[in-house]
Each structure stands twice: as structure tokens, then as C-alpha cells.
Design a protein around this ligand. Structure first.
Ligand SMILES: [Ca+2]
Ligand SMILES: [Ca+2]
Length: 258
């Protein structure tokens, strides 16, 4: 007796896998001509692929006199940021210590510098998030809620919980004269960090436009990314704000679709 096996393509289910890539998101301290790409102004946010090309530039409509000092890239339509100096953004008056949110074109205040416990002359020059909790660095030494902090310590704040010290700069071996000017908390618990001038972090040289990675559990520091590799136009550039974006890409497309 013969057995007949009938198969049909229509009964098969194809799964298209995706992979998530981390893309580095930055603001520069000065305008840079990222030739052959477009110019990057200091008040916009540029997202870079791993191939050192600009994936996108987000212009939040800030005045050309504004300079983004810190940013946290939530997604393509929502960015937290601070400015280096006071500015008028539409109806909103922004001071250097204020944490702002841009969302689909609307700009609102997340928390003011005074509500964070910062002195009136203190700004925020590095910003990241852990859930809804803000993690940030000040641009000068300050006394925050009775605690003396340096411009490279990491502080933390969430709604209802006053600002407190999160990570002393000594954990990452940041020398006293260095100023942490950009930070991003990775899913691994490591911190990406940038500094306002060339220095040595945990024994590892850090130049302008370098991103360093600190593992606070093992006290080890490594070079993560060197933006000066992009070309001569980056030689005098510092990264004054960094973050990361995670985008899903389809890496396999089967051949059964038309
Ligand atoms: Ca900037
Ligand atoms: Ca700082």
C-alpha cells in the first residue's frame, strides 16, 4: 500500500528574525563639518551607526545660540536634554540646571535645577536614565542637599526622592581636574563617559571626542569609541552630550514573499 504525503507551502510559518543595534547619539561642543555627511551643529542631536556614518540628525528647533549640554535619547520622538546657558524656548524659560523634554516638537520641563537641589549657577552637563530615575553630572562642584559633589560625580534623582550621590568619580578613576561631560548607562550596568578635555581615566588615555566605558563593578576603564577616527574635521571637537539608541533591523528576509 502506497502512502501519499501531501505538503503545502501555505501551511508553513516563516519567522523573520530581527537584531537590535546600539547606535551612538551625540551632541558636539561646536559645529563640525562631518564631510561627506551634513554639518552637525552644537544644538542638534546626531545618531551614528556603527559604520561611522550619520544615521539621522534630530533638530529640536532650538535657537542657533543654544548649545545642548547633556542628552538622553528615549526614542526617535522623545529626547531629554539640558542647555549650557539660559534660553527662551517658546514660552518656556530654560536655565542651565533644568532638565527638559522634547517630545514630538513639544518642549516641557521635567525638573528644574532648583528642585534638584542645585545652586543657581550650577548646570547639568551629563544626563542618562535608569527607568524613570535621572542620573546626571553637574558642570561645577556644588553642595547638593548638604553633600559636597564634584563635577565628575554621578548624582541620581527621581520624583519624590531628593537628589543623592550615586557614584563617586574615584570609582572610574577620574582625576580631580577632569570634568565628566557626557554619560550613558548601558544595559550591562557599564557607563559610557566623555570628558571636556584630554585626560587619563583609570589609567587609560582619553582624548577629546573619545567615549570611554567604565565598569563600576570591576573598576576597569576601556576606550569605547574614538570619533576623531571620522576625519580631520573632528580634531578640535569635544562630545558634550552622549546617549544610545536601540533600533531593530530585519537581518534575514526569506525568499517566499513577493
Ligand atoms: Ca552641544
Ligand atoms: Ca560634569
Amino acid at each position: 500500500m502506497k502512502r501519499i504525503i501531501i505538503s503545502s507551502l501555505s501551511t508553513l510559518i516563516f519567522i523573520i528574525p530581527t537584531i537590535t543595534f546600539a547606535q551612538d547619539v551625540i551632541s558636539t561642543n561646536i559645529a563640525v563639518d562631518n564631510s561627506p555627511g551634513s554639518a552637525i551643529e552644537d544644538q542638534v542631536v546626531a545618531k551614528f551607526t556603527g559604520a561611522n556614518t550619520v544615521a539621522s540628525i534630530t533638530n529640536m528647533g532650538l535657537p542657533s545660540t543654544a548649545d545642548i549640554a547633556a542628552l538622553h535619547y528615549v526614542d526617535d520622538t522623545t529626547i531629554l536634554f539640558t542647555l549650557k546657558s539660559a534660553a527662551q524656548l517658546g514660552l518656556v524659560t530654560v536655565k542651565a540646571g533644568d532638565v527638559m523634554q522634547w517630545s514630538n516638537g513639544d518642549i516641557t520641563t521635567i525638573v528644574s535645577g532648583s528642585a534638584l537641589g542645585l545652586g543657581p549657577a550650577t548646570g547639568i552637563d551629563a544626563l542618562t536614565q535608569n527607568g524613570d530615575t535621572l542620573i546626571f553630572s553637574t558642570d561645577i562642584a556644588d553642595v547638593v542637599n548638604g553633600v559636597s559633589v564634584t563635577d565628575s560625580d554621578l548624582l541620581t534623582w527621581s520624583d519624590g526622592i531628593p537628589t543623592e550621590l550615586l557614584l563617586d568619580q574615584s570609582v572610574c578613576g577620574i582625576p580631580a581636574e577632569a570634568d565628566l561631560s557626557g554619560v550613558h548607562l548601558m544595559d550591562t550596568g557599564h557607563y559610557l563617559m566623555t570628558f571636556s578635555s584630554s585626560t587619563v581615566i583609570g589609567g587609560v588615555p582619553s582624548r577629546r571626542a573619545d567615549i570611554m566605558r567604565c565598569d563600576p563593578n570591576t573598576n576597569t576603564v576601556t576606550l569605547y569609541r574614538r570619533f576623531t577616527d571620522l576625519g580631520d574635521s573632528w580634531a578640535s571637537v569635544s562630545l558634550d552630550a552622549i546617549s544610545q539608541s536601540f533600533d531593530d533591523f530585519i537581518i534575514f528576509k526569506n525568499s517566499f514573499e513577493n
